[in-house]
Design a binder for this molecule. Structure first.
Ligand code: SAM
Ligand code: SF4
Length: 326
């Protein structure tokens, strides 16, 4: 088992397949020109499966594929199918533009639930936020997933002045559509122009929804990062991920692997551990993984406190989100 100094057992691995993407979300990619990693720097399919197998042997029961956009990778289908054979729960977070090509892979690999990112229900705003004209495709693919029997969760990063005026539209969408909307507090990463005034907090989101709807609190599981809610009479539900205003570090069971094979023991950790290099040199990976887990900070990567108003995003030492794997 992978246990850290605070007795947190790590059972959930998030693997980034690539830092490449076919969208350009401003909160995820740095503003200046971003150079994607060269292919040879990325973990190859065999390497991903080898590392994943080792984590599963150490008690990991859930793997989420992410990126960048995991489904732009040419061998994404092969990787999904091979990971599906390892026996743990497999899920994916995707921008939804390419899922139609992967439904068979998802099914064969045992993926039951898919997280799709969609920050707006307005076509023009989608273009503004992502710099690409893919709104209709993503909406169509959400319908396709639902029709095909997948559970669909929709990730919405809420940014003040941009889309908090659509929170009620997203809730209205859940009336007849069985999606779970996950409102995510805007987080600071390298180059994403974060400041605390752009944050719409969990409490503000709930207050806004509460003005129009009667909110029911739904059951949460011990390691859930999302606080789940329902609205009576709605087929869908919603949740809030309060990373900034109410972090959930004490129950964290997550560990991340970047597309270039570095362990990040926290989304906000400044330190990384190069697992891919060790694998390519034929070294024993388990002690390296254990050491990384033991060095995990108690909270927020040791970089800032719960008082998010005090954060100076320019002093944080981290990658951009696209290079971490959200
Ligand atoms: N390309 C895929 C997608 O967009 O779903 C997977 C990778 S993306 C980095 C994973 C998740 O991180 C997305 O839901 C995205 O909205 C979220 N994300 C990216 N930057 C963020 C930020 N600064 N604050 C909060 N969430 C962010
Ligand atoms: Fe691409 Fe996802 Fe980042 Fe948007 S959030 S730029 S879709 S990786």
């Amino acid at each position: 088992m992978l246990i850290d100094r605070y007795n947190r057992v790590h059972t959930y691995l998030r693997i980034s397949l690539t830092d490449n993407c076919n969208l350009r979300c401003f909160y995820c990619m740095p503003e200046e020109d971003y150079a994607f990693m060269p292919a040879k720097q990325l973990m190859q399919a065999d390497e991903i499966v080898t590392i994943a197998r080792l984590f599963v042997a150490q008690g990991v029961t859930k793997i989420r594929l992410t990126g960048g956009e995991p489904l732009v990778r040419k061998d994404a289908g092969e990787i999904i199918r091979r990971l599906g054979e390892l026996g743990m729960q497999l899920t994916i977070t995707t921008n939804g533009t390419r899922v139609a090509h992967f439904l068979d892979d998802f099914t064969i690999a045992g993926i039951r639930s898919v997280n799709i990112s969609l920050d707006t229900l307005q076509k023009d705003k989608f273009q503004l936020l992502t710099r690409r004209d893919q709104f209709e495709v993503v909406k169509k693919n959400i319908s396709l997933l639902l029709e095909s029997g997948f559970i669909v969760k929709v990730n919405v990063v809420v940014v003040k002045g941009l889309n908090e005026n659509e929170i009620l539209d997203f809730i209205a969408w859940t009336k007849d559509t069985p999606v779970q909307i996950r409102f995510i507090e805007f987080m600071p990463f390298d180059g994403n122009q974060w400041n605390s005034h752009k944050l719409v907090t969990w409490q503000e989101i709930l207050a806004l929804i509460g003005e129009k709807y009667e909110i029911e609190i739904l059951e949460n599981h011990p390691h859930d990062t999302d606080k789940k809610y329902g609205v009576s009479g709605h087929k869908g539900s919603f949740a809030v991920i309060s990373t900034m205003s109410a972090p959930f570090c004490s129950s964290c069971n997550r560990i991340r692997l970047t597309a270039d094979g570095k362990i990040k023991n926290c989304l906000f950790s400044g330190e990384e551990t190069d697992l891919l290099d060790a694998l390519r040199k034929g070294e024993d990976l388990l002690p390296i993984i254990e050491q990384s887990i033991l060095s995990k900070h108690k909270e927020l990567g040791g970089q800032f406190s719960r008082e998010f108003e005090l954060i100076d995003a320019n002093t944080l030492h981290n990658r951009s989100m696209i290079a971490i794997g959200g």
